[in-house]
Design a protein around this ligand. Structure first.
Ligand code: VGL
Ligand code: ZN
Length: 232
């Protein structure tokens, strides 16, 4: 009997769109959407363009309508930032170096403070967004995560902000899945938030296996992987 019921569920799950059988996730007052780094540098024509990055914008605009709380982040580097390959003699973008706080991937110059490349996409349509967290503004420390810089200890203040506003659940979307989205989601778990990553509202860079590793790490940490169609 149980086996028959199990097969029935399986058949239902494969034949009927998930949105019709899975309980929809309804963001409430205790939920926040974190929109990560949807900035010109990571979009087509940008210096660190993420493949198909522009495709996240309409998806994020749509799900944002379900959220009372939306926080956006902005990668915000000094000129000559330590994460730029251009400041390390003989190094090229996507190579790595060892810094005091650990391994650092080196990137093309991107998201320099005050430049057009650092601006949020003009196609984002989220007027209720309440806070923009800038990160990576210390010249010698990178910060993929919206919560904690790459030294593992300097906080951006985001966890305290969300807790002060009684947020218990965060939904993460944006660019790039395997760097700023993943690090943000992992830190959200460490800070005690129920954490969802909206897969189709993100795109990855995928260098040296980084995308598969990010999903494995997030899965292990209890991050829930969902689709935008699960929300509503
Ligand atoms: C990012 C690489 C360097 C990101 C930021 O937003 O994922 N990736 N800086
Ligand atoms: Zn960066």
């Amino acid at each position: 009997r149980q086996i028959v019921a199990g097969l029935g569920t399986l058949a239902l799950a494969t034949l009927v769109p998930r949105s019709l059988w899975a309980a929809a996730i309804k963001p409430d007052e205790g939920s926040a959407l974190l929109v990560i780094d949807v900035q010109n540098c990571f979009l087509p024509g940008g210096s660190l363009a993420v493949k198909d990055g522009e495709q996240v914008v309409p998806v994020i605009n749509k799900i944002a309508k379900s959220f009372a709380n939306v926080v956006m982040t902005q990668d915000w580097h000094t000129p000559g930032h330590v994460s730029f390959a251009s400041v390390h003699a003989g190094k090229k973008p996507f190579e790595t170096i060892d810094l005091a706080y650990g391994k650092q991937v080196l990137w093309p110059d991107h998201c320099v403070q005050g430049t057009d490349g650092a601006s949020l996409s003009k196609d984002l349509a989220i007027p209720q967004a309440e806070l923009i967290i800038r990160k990576g503004f210390h010249k010698d420390v990178d910060s993929y995560s919206a919560f904690t810089e790459a030294d593992g200890k300097t906080t951006t203040g985001l966890a305290a902000y969300l807790k002060a506003r009684n947020v218990e659940r965060v939904f993460v979307a944006g660019l790039a899945t395997d760097f700023c989205v993943a690090w943000t989601a992992l830190d959200a778990r460490k800070a005690g938030f129920e954490t969802y990553v909206v897969e189709d509202a993100c795109r990855g860079i995928d260098t040296q296996g980084s995308l598969a590793k990010a999903w494995t790490d997030m899965d292990k940490a209890g991050v829930k992987r969902i689709q935008s169609s699960d929300i509503g």
